[in-house]
Design a protein around this ligand. Structure first.
Ligand code: KG4
Ligand code: ZN
Length: 346
């Protein structure tokens, strides 16, 4: 897609698909004027995971103050906004609805365009913000709480799926294993931290390989292997180390993610590779992927930590390119918990 210069386009972006209430103002898709995130970690921590009903209620409380703060930090008044972009799926339906209803109300009141953004498209677009020279085509590994996918980004808004998970997503595996080994929620960052003190070679957990689809992933066997290991130790009355299990599990997940990424590099002759989604905050994954891609002469892109996990700046970046593509949604835009990312190459 050729991006015509329309001057300055300011997008107000809203994200409320899970447990972060977030708003941002993004200029021309790449310049973040503000990026406000209100995290609900403290609220859900005692339950060991996100409680959907509590998440929606907290979004309702937070959404207006978060938007006000995003506008104030950006030094922009609502009438100076050119369009409103909002995550409309996938995610928790009640949580998504808060952001979608808010975005529709603002768009209607201002008479400005409304753009529904796919959450995963936002995660990929997070890479545009700090890498002004990154433009499609490139390849991306998207690893979040609900997705594990290798994607070819053919153009802005145009994607080809090369591989995906057959069962659990990578982030889901982190969260389930963290709960099983007593680390609790949020699982990914806690395993990341515990693993630094553990031995990644202590336990040889399985690395699933799908014979006829080498770019696909499977993490449910790994999760079961961790559970079996812990149960086995407890039945034998043998103690086990939380840090060693965390490090060995993380090593197995990262091995598989990097192995499949490098397989895609070989198969498709990739020259630029971007990492996206909450699991891209993982210290070992970032370092391992970067060093393997470097050695293969592939340029590696990764958002800074604050842009890896859920935020609205990434929705503003994706929303800008949708805006430039002429995409506009009506006031019938709805929250879609299972929204699919269209994968045909246009
Ligand atoms: O993208 P995200 O914030 O929300 C979804 O779209 O799902 O991703 C959340 C996922 C969770 O499963 C969380 O455990 C994982 O990302 N995550 C991590 C790390 N930080 C977040 N996984 C591994 N290491 C991390 N440092
Ligand atoms: Zn996400």
């Amino acid at each position: 897609m050729k991006i015509d210069n329309l001057g300055t386009i300011n997008i107000l972006a809203i994200e409320s698909s899970c447990d972060e209430t977030a708003a941002a103002v993004v200029q021309n898709g790449r310049k973040v004027l503000s990026n406000v995130i209100s995290s609900q970690i403290a609220l859900h921590e005692i339950y060991g995971g996100v409680v959907p009903e509590l998440a929606s209620r907290k979004h309702m409380e937070n959404i207006n103050p978060v938007i006000r703060q995003a506008l104030a930090q950006a030094g922009i008044k609502l009438p100076d906004i050119d369009a409103i972009a909002v995550t409309n799926g996938p995610g928790l339906v009640g949580a998504l609805l808060v952001g979608v209803a808010e975005a529709k109300a603002i768009a209607y009141a201002l008479g400005k365009p409304l753009i529904g953004v796919h959450h995963i498209e936002g995660h990929i677009a997070a890479n545009y913000i700090e890498h002004p020279d990154l433009e499609p085509p490139f390849f991306a590994l998207v690893v979040s709480g609900g997705h594990s996918m290798l994607i070819r980004v053919a153009d802005y808004g145009s994607y080809e799926l090369l591989g995906s998970t057959r069962d659990d997503a990578a982030g889901e595996a982190f969260d389930k294993v963290a709960r099983a080994i007593g680390l609790g929620y949020p699982g990914g960052p806690k395993i990341d931290r515990a693993a630094r003190k553990g031995d990644p070679k202590a336990i040889d957990f399985p690395r699933a390989k799908i014979e006829d689809a080498p770019l696909d992933f499977s993490f449910s066997g790994l999760k079961s292997a961790v559970l079996n290991y812990i149960n086995g130790c407890e039945m034998k009355g043998v103690s086990w180390s939380q840090e060693d299990v965390a490090a060995s599990f993380q090593e197995a997940v990262v091995d598989v993610l990097v192995r499949n990424s490098m397989e895609a590099v070989r198969e498709y002759g990739i020259k630029r590779f971007a990492l996206a989604g909450g699991v891209s905050a993982n210290t070992l994954l970032r370092a391992r992927l970067e060093s393997k891609l470097d050695a293969a002469g592939v340029r590696f892109f990764c958002p800074s930590l604050i842009l890896c996990t859920d935020n609205a700046a990434m929705i503003g970046a994706a929303g800008y390119y949708a805006y430039m593509n002429g995409i506009r949604d009506g006031l019938d835009l709805n929250a879609q918990p299972n929204l699919e990312l269209p994968m045909e190459v246009k």
